[in-house]
Design a protein around this ligand. Structure first.
Ligand SMILES: [Mg+2]
Ligand SMILES: [Zn+2]
Length: 495
């Protein structure tokens, strides 16, 4: 009887402990949620001093895995893993927008940067137009150094949500004006066309006025413009709390596959990340930097398997730079890697086939969008078809075309020769470029459902101080809000 009593009391005690544990977890979750939704409290004593927020635009699970398998194939290293796939904490995130289950980058970026849902096309504002503060704006107010690094135009949606507000993501001239006033300390990417006056003699401008925004910030920032500034950017040794504004190309920076094979003289994403660390490490209160692999998305819009893979590998190289920094400062650093949405509906397998042959992509040397669709390798009306097939053999590895493959490309050439405008069946790209992209994908058995985005949930990985708070099945708004709470930052509508 006594023993049973003791057992019962022991059971009750264990149950009580379990209940308290569950209750504590619930309370802290609730506290986290309410802090995130309203006002963030003081930063917890475990707040990271150095934060890397990596966003792969269009980076779904398939894009991550295709790049990893391709790297294994290319380097004959079956055990190779991407750095992003080796981080210890994993999560999966929903990405829907306020007005659609399939998000765009401005809505998804607003969720990640500001912690709020909004409509597609809207940038760091609520659907009613109310501006909402980003983590970078809140970090600036708190004296934390900030950086924005991307392979797209710096005014493009993913970087812009952190330092601008607009109901229209395409208003990039206005976004540029917002960004130079944001106080962000280190900016590197493409898109000088929105910062230079309309009659700028050294390159194309998209501005409709005579403002030279780069001139306007020259008293505060070290400014680097055009790919001719690559060398001085890379050699720059920061002195004290330096501010940097670097825009290397008129529009987006080149696809990694083209940067490599065309020898284009712009820094890699990894080099820009390394320079960002050098510059922002000189600030006393730590840093927060967003690094975007922005053209993974563009490649997948064009159903360009190799283009997506090379940009994902370049993105992973930049994560490796941050990971090396983390190894030197493990108790002060947080690295988060996430996608904003998936692009293309990339499928690793098709029809009744059980195979994936990424070695079919090994001889691809050019991007579908910039080289085959809008660039020098585009098939144009009346072009020599045999010369085009030969070019595709040299540049894209398309040797020994089957009759079916030749017919698929020939059909696209016929449309171009007949001046039929490209439509949604070819994603509005050059029809022959898309036919080539699809023949290559069919050889690899890698397939696409769309030229736009898909609504699939997105993997997240993380390492470092507070990383465990980002694991699990979450919505993308919880990522931004959890980050704000972790850093003791207050997000919310801007009055
Ligand atoms: Mg983007
Ligand atoms: Zn996109």
């Amino acid at each position: 009887m006594a023993i049973r009593n003791m057992l019962t009391r022991a059971m009750a005690l264990i149950l009580a402990v379990i209940c308290v544990t569950v209750f504590t977890v619930q309370v802290s979750d609730a506290a986290l949620m309410s802090e995130a939704g309203t006002s963030a409290g003081a930063s917890v004593d475990t707040a990271p001093k150095y934060v890397f927020f990596f966003i792969g635009d269009g980076l779904g699970a398939a894009q991550r895995q295709a790049a990893e398998y391709f790297a294994q194939e290319k380097d004959n290293d079956p055990g190779y893993k991407l750095t992003m796939n080796k981080l210890p904490v994993f999560g999966i995130n929903t990405t829907y927008a306020s007005d659609s289950l399939v998000t765009d980058s401005s809505s998804a970026g607003t969720a990640l940067a500001c912690g709020y849902k909004t409509n597609n096309g809207m940038l760091a504002v609520l659907p009613d137009g109310t501006k909402v503060k980003s983590i970078i704006e809140a970090a600036e107010e708190k004296g934390i150094a900030t950086g924005l690094i991307t392979t797209t135009r710096v005014t493009h949606a993913t970087p812009a949500v952190w330092a601008a507000h607009n109901v229209d993501r395409d208003a990039e001239n206005e976004i540029a004006e917002d960004m130079i006033d944001s106080g962000v300390d280190f900016v590197a990417g493409g898109g000088y066309r929105h910062f230079v006056p309309k009659d700028w003699p050294w390159g194309k401008s998209k501005r409709t006025d005579s403002r030279n925004l780069l001139g306007e910030i020259a008293d505060k920032y070290f400014v680097y413009t055009g790919n001719g500034s690559t060398k001085s950017f890379l050699e720059m040794k920061p002195q004290g709390e330096q501010k940097v504004w670097a825009v290397f190309s008129e529009s987006h920076m080149p696809y990694e596959i083209d940067r490599i094979n065309q020898g284009i003289n712009v820094p890699t994403l990894a080099q820009m990340t390394r320079k960002g660390i050098e510059v922002l490490s000189n600030y006393p209160n730590g840093f927060f930097m967003m690094v975007e692999g922005g053209r993974i998305d563009h490649a997948c819009h064009a159903n360009d398997a190799a283009g997506s893979i090379y940009d994902t590998l370049a993105f992973d190289d930049s994560i490796k730079v941050a990971y090396d920094f983390y190894l030197k400062h493990p108790k002060e650093t947080l690295i988060l890697v996430v996608g904003d949405h998936e692009t293309g509906g990339m499928g690793l397998g098709f029809a009744n086939n059980y195979f994936l042959k990424l070695d079919e992509l090994l001889d691809c040397k050019a991007s579908i969008e910039d080289m085959l669709s809008a660039g020098p390798y585009a098939y144009k009306k009346g072009d020599d078809r045999n010369a085009y097939f030969k070019l595709m053999e040299e540049q894209m590895g398309l040797d020994h075309l089957t009759d079916a493959e030749k017919a698929e490309i020939t059909k696209a050439m016929d449309l171009i020769d007949q001046e039929v405008p490209s439509d949604s069946s070819y994603g509005s790209y050059n029809q022959a470029a898309i036919a080539v992209a699809h023949v290559i994908s069919e050889r690899a058995n890698l397939q696409w459902t769309t030229y736009a985005h898909s609504g699939t949930a997105i993997p997240l990985s993380a390492v470092g101080v507070g990383a465990e708070k980002f694991g699990g099945y979450k919505d993308n708004t919880e990522i931004g809000n959890t980050m704000a709470v972790l850093l003791g930052l207050k997000l919310g509508p801007i009055k």
